[in-house]
Ligand binder design. Structure first.
Ligand SMILES: Nc1ncnc2c1ncn2[C@@H]1O[C@H](COP(=O)(O)OP(=O)(O)O)[C@@H](O)[C@H]1O
Ligand SMILES: [Mg+2]
Length: 368
């Protein structure tokens, strides 16, 4: 065999199952969240008896198991009953009203509506007629719901889901909002707010010992025996705990093993973990910046140039470079503040003026 064929054939992997480290992997052991799962069950149970499910606000810091808990609950509900349609929607991906209802349609009717040419009321009607015909209630989990607020779709979406019974008598619906913010920082219209009074289900941060336990578990199902020592898992757990982010720990496990593999090592060593830690420090920020639109990036570039901070002046430059309206500019500011890439402060501390100063929250060298 030629040299490259040798290389290609060499498949000595440390991973027993690499999918275990994927973002959307649902772990077999999901501990420490019993009270939250119970609270979710309380919200779903009425629907099992033919009643209306209860709205819930599921919240807590990132990587505390919110998405996993809801997906697990939905999976189990669908195994025990066909009376509840459970739709989990990733609002970062599906952030318009039509996109959200397309997902609901897909789940309830069995296929997505055509992308174009179908008026919204037809999609809406198809969903609720089908639910009525099958005697089903509907629970919609709006995961990372903050993404619905950047373009202000949230009010309409919540309204359309919760007031369905007015148009389709007997329709039973609930919303589970899933958010990483601790406060509910968004303003709902008063008519929406009066319909959406959710049960609050809090996901508290994991303790160090819990993070360690979860990471050990993950390493056990993901790696072959003996690939990584307990000491190294502890080191990773400490880092994840100090960052308050279990997800980072899982990613570092994966990357450490990839680095070890690349160096043809049969075990993960301290140096591999250290390299992985180094990589991860910038990863989060890079991902965030990569996910931005060119207009959002443009705004960051203006701030990185450090010529102006005052919102009106920043807008002048922004408008010159992009041609976008002030409304659009303002929404971008709100979004970037929401994801903590910038800070804004009123220039006039008495709060009278509307002028704000805008500050970059990250090192300007990080902006491409
Ligand atoms: N109790 C737990 N046991 C095992 N893995 C967990 C647990 N909680 C969270 N995870 C894992 O941590 C990562 C983040 O969890 P996720 O549910 O996406 O958090 P959130 O939605 O709160 O940000 C996922 O890989 C998930 O599998
Ligand atoms: Mg989540």
């Amino acid at each position: 065999m030629g040299k490259f064929k040798d290389i290609l054939a060499y498949d000595e992997t440390l991973f027993k199952d690499e999918r275990v480290f994927d973002q959307d992997y649902i772990p077999k052991d999901f501990n420490y969240r019993d009270s939250q799962l119970e609270a979710i069950a309380v919200c779903i149970r009425p629907a099992l008896r033919g009643g209306r499910p209860i709205n819930a606000r599921i919240f807590g810091p990132p990587a505390t198991g919110k998405t996993t808990a809801v997906k697990l609950a939905f999976k189990d509900v669908e195994e025990v009953t066909d009376k509840v349609a459970c739709v989990h929607i990733n609002c970062q991906v599906h952030s318009s009203k039509f996109a959200v209802f397309s997902q609901i349609h897909k789940k309830v009717v069995g296929h997505a509506p055509p992308e174009t040419g179908v008026p919204f009321p037809r999609v809406y009607e198809a969903v609720f007629k089908k639910l009525a015909r099958n005697g089903k209630s509907l629970i919609v989990a709006l995961d990372d719901m903050n993404y619905l607020f950047y373009d202000r779709h949230a009010n309409e979406i919540i309204y359309d889901i919760l007031r369905a019974y007015e148009i389709f008598p007997g329709a039973k619906t609930a919303i589970f909002s899933i958010l990483s913010e601790l406060e509910f920082p968004y303003k709902l219209d008063s008519k929406v707010a009066s319909m959406f009074r959710p049960q609050e289900i809090f996901f508290q941060p994991y303790k160090y010992s819990e993070i360690l336990d979860i990471l050990k578990d993950r390493a056990e199902v993901g790696f072959y025996p003996g690939v990584i020592s307990e000491d190294l898992i502890e080191k990773i757990a400490e880092y994840a705990f100090s960052n308050g982010d279990l997800r980072v720990g899982i990613e570092i496990l994966r990357v450490s093993a990839l680095i070890a593999e690349a160096e043809a090592s049969r075990k993960v060593k301290l140096e591999h973990v250290e390299k992985a830690l180094e990589k991860s420090k910038n990863l989060h920020l890079k991902n965030l910046i990569n996910s931005l639109s060119s207009e959002e990036l443009e705004l960051l570039k203006i701030l990185a140039s450090e010529k102006e901070n005052e919102s009106g002046k920043v807008y002048e430059i922004f408008k010159k470079n992009t041609g976008l309206s002030y409304t659009k500019f303002y929404r971008i500011i709100e979004k970037l503040e929401g994801i903590r890439l910038i800070d804004t402060k009123f220039a006039d501390k008495s709060g009278k003026g509307r002028t704000r100063n805008i500050f970059l929250r990250v090192d300007k060298n990080e902006i491409p």
